[in-house]
Write a protein that binds this ligand. Structure first.
Ligand code: NAD
Length: 430
């Protein structure tokens, strides 16, 4: 059992804390958001993540997991302190490191004896050096410490499963001293552990996310060529994906990537490369293809509907991907906003993300289910590939629609079946 403190109880901090407790560690989750901590203390869960509520409830009940706003409590009563605060983009796309710096400073001012300080936030390469310098500068009690990089690879929507069954654990260190304790934390997860230097550990995270975004943009670029040539993107990526050197995952054509991580991390990585003197033009093109994909989709809508003003458009899916309620930088909004601006009436449905979406777009109609969002519409647009949408009764759907026109931004239906049912059906790269 390791005594752990996690500073930042958001997506990463909360799920990590809960999963560490689940395998037997004692975890104190700290957050400076008093409302969030009060909610967690009262048994509420601030995010939707499958399996999270049960695992939090179980471990709070055993006393292995608790929540506080008091960072001194966390730092004093733990051996290993994880930093899991935001690293948001600045206006120019580079990373805002203020939160990490502030937490490092507070840890330094608070700790009175040896601590391992682990950065779990996604940070630019060489951040470990900066965190170590900061702790040294503000180390009030001259306590010994080690800084470790331990990037997180969880995906929203299956965060608990990813945490409990990681593909690998990356531990970046400057020496041997913290390694055994870090291995003790991760030993119960039975995953390969890679111990490397801090810069490499930090780079692994940005390199992974950028490569995954590249796969998405590659499939999207291919989808444009499929549309121009009459080829079928489904068959092309299937044929590619069976090649073991390539793999099928993330070769999905659609509206492109969005959400809390890919847009900011790819942007951050291009800035990091620039700062290091390398023009990562490949990644800039990945971003460009991603933006183009929504524009190409909107063009399809315009080509079919001609004038959008005063038309009623139903939208299925707001979350940036299924099984999450996360809507920030979701492609759905990139589609909805221009249509709204042109005077379309928008009625939407998402199984989980409507409450969060209302904060961003209050002036559209939120519906009780997919059929309600489709009722009377001139066209239906699919923006997120929830299973619930794949399983819709298409005949019933057609009956409620004003015009049976579907723009499928996620390729969830079979084009032949849709044509046979009498839909005008436009998807991506098919
Ligand atoms: P989040 O916004 O969900 O949570 C961050 C939490 O930190 C918030 O609850 C906030 O109140 C708290 N916080 C901020 N400053 C604090 C302070 N000084 N003291 C205590 N608490 C403080 O963010 P997240 O999604 O958990 O991301 C955290 C980091 O992990 C980011 O660097 C992100 O890039 C990275 N990451 C995120 C994901 C993901 O899917 N969300 C996956 C891998 C890595």
């Amino acid at each position: 059992m390791v005594k752990i403190c996690i500073i930042g109880t958001g997506y990463v901090g909360l799920v990590t804390g809960a999963c560490f407790a689940e395998v037997g560690h004692h975890v104190i989750c700290v957050d400076n958001d008093e409302k969030k901590v009060a909610m967690l203390k009262a048994g509420g869960i601030p995010i939707y993540e499958p399996g999270l509520e049960a695992i939090v409830g179980r471990n709070v009940a055993t006393g292995r997991l608790r929540f506080t706003c008091d960072i001194t409590d966390g730092v004093t009563n733990s051996e290993v302190i994880f930093i899991a605060v935001p690293t948001p983009p600045r206006d120019d796309g580079s990373v805002d490191m203020r939160y990490v710096e502030k937490v490092a400073r507070t840890i330094a001012e608070t700790m009175t004896e040896y601590r391992i300080v682990v950065d779990k936030s996604t940070v630019p390469v060489k951040t470990g050096e900066k965190v170590a310098q900061t702790i040294k500068r503000y180390n009030k009690h001259k306590a010994e410490f080690d800084v470790v990089s331990n990037p997180e690879f969880l995906r929203e929507g299956c965060a608990v499963d990813d945490l409990l069954h990681p593909d690998r654990v990356v531990i970046g260190v400057t020496g041997e001293r913290p390694v055994a304790k870090m291995e003790a934390i991760y030993e119960p997860f039975q995953a390969p552990i890679i111990v490397t230097d801090i810069n490499s550990a930090e780079l692994i995270k940005h390199a992974c996310n950028s490569f995954l975004a590249l796969k998405i943009s590659y499939a999207n670029a291919l989808s444009a060529i499929c549309e121009a040539s009459g080829a079928n993107i489904d068959d092309v990526v299937h044929g590619m994906g069976l090649d073991k050197r390539i793999g099928r995952a993330f070769l999905n054509a659609g509206l492109g990537y969005g959400g809390s991580c890919f847009p900011k991390d790819i942007s951050a990585f291009t800035h990091i490369a620039d700062a290091l003197g390398y023009d990562f033009a490949l990644l800039k093109e990945v971003q460009h293809i991603n933006a183009q994909q929504v524009e190409r989709f909107l063009k399809k809508i315009h080509d079919t509907l001609w004038i959008v003003q005063d038309k009623t458009i139903g939208v299925l899916g707001l979350a940036f991907k299924p099984d999450t309620d996360y809507v920030r930088l979701a492609p759905a909004f990139e589609v909805i906003r221009p249509l709204l601006k042109e005077g379309a009436k928008i009625q939407v449905y998402d199984p989980q993300a409507m409450e969060k979406a209302k904060e961003v777009l209050p002036d559209i109609t939120y519906c009780a289910d997919a059929y309600a969002a489709a009722t009377g519409v001139d066209a239906l647009v699919i923006c997120t590939e929830w299973d619930e949408f794949r399983n819709l009764n298409l005949e019933k759907l057609k009956k409620v629609m004003g015009h049976p026109t579907v723009f499928d931004g996620r390729n969830i239906f079979n084009p032949q079946l849709m044509a046979d049912l009498g839909f005008t059906y436009k998807s991506i790269g098919r």
